[in-house]
Design a protein around this ligand. Structure first.
Ligand code: AMP
Length: 226
């Protein structure tokens, strides 16, 4: 039987989590599951959980744990034949515990990026709210300044990416992520990477996964989209 591989990736806003997740999915054939995308899909489809989630997102809050787990865990449980990388979940200890009850993880990747680097990256971040597409005006700009490449609609800078709100937001991330990090450390599956450049971190993650994944057979590999 094929050995399935299950990983989570954690990191604050601006840590390069999305970029690294895409590289992992592409290089190792894991299915990239983004909790933010699940939430947006549910909002678009107006599911019960989606309608509820929207009320929190509109206020800039995290979606409560019981809503997130109800939304996400059934989807994971359906993927019995698939190796995946989960991005954006768990964000809290309660979510980590719920995930732990549902499946065994092989690896938890933790991106520990210096505060100054995060501040600098987020200062240049603009998003297309309906799709969640993110641009960085320095290293991943849209083709036309201020305009989404796909829809031609305007981009905005999120209130909480503005400098005044950033430090509080990053501090909040650290506070809720700490117990999750400790949880995976205690399980012996935590791998932390600290650098200012995604391109410096990537080879180390790639090496780690090369040692962990070779036993996955091709039928356990899945398309790399969410
Ligand atoms: P993201 O695209 O990961 O930034 O997620 C977009 C929004 O969805 C977040 O700002 C949260 O409000 C919500 N969300 C996504 N994942 C989670 C999670 N694991 N726990 C709580 N809220 C979440």
């Amino acid at each position: 039987m094929s050995k399935l591989f299950r990983a989570v990736i954690m990191g604050p806003p601006g840590s390069g989590k999305g970029t690294i997740s895409e590289r992992i999915a592409h290089s190792f054939g894991l299915k990239h599951l983004s909790s933010g995308d699940f939430v947006r899909e549910n909002i678009s489809a107006k599911t019960e959980a989606g309608v509820l989630a929207k009320t929190f997102i509109k206020k800039g809050l995290l979606v409560p744990d019981h809503v997130m787990t109800r939304l996400l865990l059934p989807r994971l449980e359906e993927m019995t034949k698939c190796s995946w990388l989960l991005d954006g979940f768990p964000r809290t200890l309660a979510q980590a515990e719920a995930l732990n009850s549902a499946c065994d993880l092989d690896v938890a990747i933790n991106l520990n990026i210096p505060l100054e680097t995060l501040k600098e990256r987020l200062r240049h971040r603009w998003i297309h709210p309906p799709s969640g597409r993110v641009y960085n005006m320095c290293f991943n700009p849209p083709r036309v300044q201020g305009i989404d490449d796909i829809t031609g609609e305007p981009l905005i800078q999120q209130e909480d990416d503005r400098p005044e709100a950033l430090v509080a937001r990053l501090r909040h991330y650290k506070d809720i992520a700490k117990p999750v990090i400790d949880f995976y450390k205690a399980k012996g599956i935590l791998y932390t990477y600290s650098d200012t450049e995604t391109d410096q971190i990537w080879p180390n993650i790639s090496t780690l996964l090369s040692t962990k994944i070779p036993t996955i057979q091709s039928d356990a590999r899945c398309a790399s989209t969410h």
